[in-house]
Design a protein around this ligand. Structure first.
Ligand SMILES: [Zn+2]
Ligand SMILES: [Zn+2]
Length: 174
């Protein structure tokens, strides 16, 4: 997810450039690649380039309750200021001020690579409890049928077991 920003870096503060993104994206901790699309507004600042990205990450996830695959869409609203590591004219390494040490950087080829930020925002926005639908009924703990698709008879018997009592107590504490 690279954007050439040499031209923008030469302009004065406030100049903008709108880019679009439409790319498949591989994230290490995602087991699959996801598809990212949206817009990226690049604005020249005094020290670098401000990135305002409105992206959607489309990916195939596995429901934590019923284990079925479903389409997951994660919205990413990225706001980050990228600081150039190298002086555009001299090619020398810039002295990065302490307050910009944690920012993302533009490397010597004057390419702004958004993938680090996308990966970071994805990990923050990605739900821990993945659910295919809000009220997914999951799998029956006794016979294993997908309760979204079919009913089973286990539910009636379960009320008498110790395990059911335990489940009930969880419900109360939730
Ligand atoms: Zn589910
Ligand atoms: Zn069952």
């Amino acid at each position: 997810m690279d954007f050439k920003v040499a031209t923008l870096l030469k302009l004065s503060s406030g100049n903008k450039k709108l880019e679009t993104v439409s790319a498949s994206f591989q994230v290490e901790w995602f087991r699959r690649s996801c598809y990212i699309d949206g817009t990226v507004l690049l604005t020249k600042t005094d020290v670098g380039i401000w990135v305002s990205a409105h992206l959607k990450a489309n990916n195939i996830a596995e429901c934590g309750s019923c284990l079925e695959e479903y389409k997951e869409v994660i919205s990413l609203e990225i706001e980050e200021e990228y600081i150039p590591l190298f002086n555009l004219l001299t090619g020398e390494r810039n002295e990065i001020e302490e307050i910009y040490k944690d920012n993302f950087h533009i490397l010597e080829d004057n390419v702004l690579d958004l993938s680090g930020a996308v990966s970071q925002y994805l990990s923050l926005q990605s739900p821990i409890n993945k659910k295919c639908v809000e009220d997914c009924r999951g799998l029956c703990i006794d016979c294993g049928v997908n309760l979204n698709i079919e009913e089973c008879g286990c539910n009636k018997n379960r009320r008498n077991t110790k395990f059911a009592t335990l489940l009930e107590s969880f419900k109360v504490s939730e």
